[in-house]
Structure formats: structure tokens, C-alpha cells
Write a protein that binds this ligand. Structure first.
Ligand code: ZN
Length: 268
């Protein structure tokens, strides 16, 4: 757990994505929940030491942001598309993800998918203590991304629209993603909490825009040359474009997935 401002803590170690808490005079707001049940329970307990958990926000529909929901109290808020995704989730989904991360981990007997109590389509603002929470749908990494802007702390929680490193495109709308980053740049903030990776300042927006542009331009050029998806996945290793990334199987898998998703998006 890392203290970012007087009232904001971010947990990156035991959560797969970043899970954050904002402490207000009237209770705690949790943003995204850890995927591994044991870690979700631990984080829920730590969060509750700062006050009653009043609201939990999911910034997107993916398993690493929503699976710990059932271990937290409070009212759960997310985009309506995230609610649909959670309702469609099967226990085998989390079993598969846990198996991939740490083989042999049994699923906790109390686990269940918890769906949002309140949904938004474009915007929702709520007030707690002296804080205001501005939830804004910014399609990009998925159609259902929600940025959580808390002006009193000069902070924005961006969801995976900011993900330090490669970015994940499996459900992405690349053009809208660029638009989302332009919108994020307009916010008056000092702290940017990404979906994955270190907390940064506003320079993180440009860093991500560069990454998204590299992906879009690389795939568009390949399509213009008449390459098939198979050829693209075979020849484009992205080592030149992202020289500092680890070259492990996981990274290779993300590259193959990103190329396929962006290819399908532009090859219409
Ligand atoms: Zn995601």
C-alpha cells in the first residue's frame, strides 16, 4: 500500500491491477478490487481501518478489476457494460485466471461475482464528506472504461486507458482510446493512477498516447502493404518499437493478441 496524498492510498503489490482507496470524512471509497480472493479479503480489511466502506467503483469490466467485489461492503458502481459483463461471468472464468497466475490455488468457498448496484452510461457524480467523485465513461481500452476524477485530491484514476508498458488491446477501440487520452489531458490533476503500473503525473497521458499511436500506425502500415494477420503476427515482434520490454512468453502473448485485435478493428 502506497500513500499518494493525505487521503489516497494505492495497492499494487497484492492486487493484479491497481486498487485504490479514497478516505473521506464520511467513509471510504474503493476503486477496483483485487482478483485473488485472499488478497481481496486482506485489502478490504485494511481499507475498513480508515472508516466504513461506503462505495466501491469498478473502472472496467475485466476480471482483474472486478473479481474481488464480493469481499467489500458498500454500494457498487460501474458502467452498465461492466454490469452486463459481470452478470455474464462464470465461476470457471476466475478459476481459469487463478490457475494461470498461481496453479493449484483453490477458489475460496465464499467467492461469487458481485454485480454493480448502480450503473452509469456517460457520467455520474456523487458526493461523500468533503469529496466529490466524477465518473466519466471514456471508451478506449474497452467501450466501458470509467475515469474517476477526484478534484479535491487533484487525482484521476484512469482504469486501463493508462497501463504503463504495452497497453492491452483485446477489447479496444483504438481511435476512441486516443480521444479518451485527449479528454484526460484536460483534467486539472497532479496525480494519475493507472490501471497497471506506477502512479505518475500528467506526463503519463502523452506516454500512453505515444504507445497507442505506435500500435495503430504499425498495424495500419502493415495492412496498407497487404499483409495478412498471420504474416503480421509472424513478422512484427515490436522489439524495435518497445526496446525495454521483457521478452517472455507473457509479453509475446500480449503482442500477438494486440496485433490481432487492432488488425480486426482497421481491416474492415
Ligand atoms: Zn482491462
Amino acid at each position: 500500500m502506497k500513500k499518494i496524498t493525505d487521503n489516497v492510498y494505492v495497492e499494487s503489490q497484492i492486487s493484479v491491477c491497481n486498487s485504490s482507496i479514497v478516505i473521506t470524512k464520511d467513509g471510504v471509497v474503493v476503486i477496483d478490487t483485487p482478483m485473488v480472493p485472499e488478497n481481496a479479503k486482506k485489502w478490504a480489511k485494511q481499507a475498513a481501518e480508515f472508516g466504513p466502506i461506503r462505495y466501491v467503483i469498478n473502472t472496467e469490466p475485466h476480471g482483474d478489476h472486478i473479481s474481488g467485489n464480493c469481499y467489500f461492503g458498500g454500494t457498487l458502481i460501474a458502467h452498465e457494460g461492466t454490469r452486463d459483463a459481470i452478470l455474464a461471468s462464470k465461476v470457471d472464468d476466475i478459476k481459469g485466471m487463478l490457475q494461470m497466475m498461481s496453479p493449484g490455488t483453490p477458489l475460496d468457498k465464499d467467492f461469487r461475482y458481485r454485480a454493480p448496484d448502480i450503473t452509469l452510461s456517460e457520467r455520474l457524480t456523487f458526493y461523500l464528506g468533503k469529496h466529490s467523485f466524477h465518473l466519466i465513461n471514456m471508451p478506449g481500452h474497452s467501450p466501458f472504461q470509467v475515469a474517476v476524477y477526484v478534484p479535491e485530491e487533484r487525482i484521476v484514476f484512469t482504469s486501463d486507458n493508462i497501463s504503463r508498458g504495452l497497453g492491452f488491446f483485446h477489447q479496444a477501440l483504438p481511435d476512441k482510446w486516443l480521444k479518451a487520452l485527449k479528454e484526460l489531458k484536460k483534467l486539472d490533476v497532479d496525480y494519475v493512477v493507472p490501471g497497471h503500473g506506477e502512479v505518475g503525473d500528467k506526463s503519463v497521458f502523452q506516454e500512453m498516447e505515444d504507445v497507442v499511436n505506435i500500435w495503430i500506425n504499425t498495424v495500419k502500415e502493415a495492412i496498407a502493404k497487404g499483409m495478412t494477420l498471420e504474416e503480421i503476427q509472424k513478422t512484427l515482434t515490436m522489439t524495435k518499437e518497445f526496446p525495454n520490454l521483457p521478452r517472455d512468453e507473457r509479453t509475446k502473448g500480449i503482442i500477438t493478441m494486440n496485433l490481432a485485435s487492432i488488425y480486426k478493428y482497421y481491416k474492415k
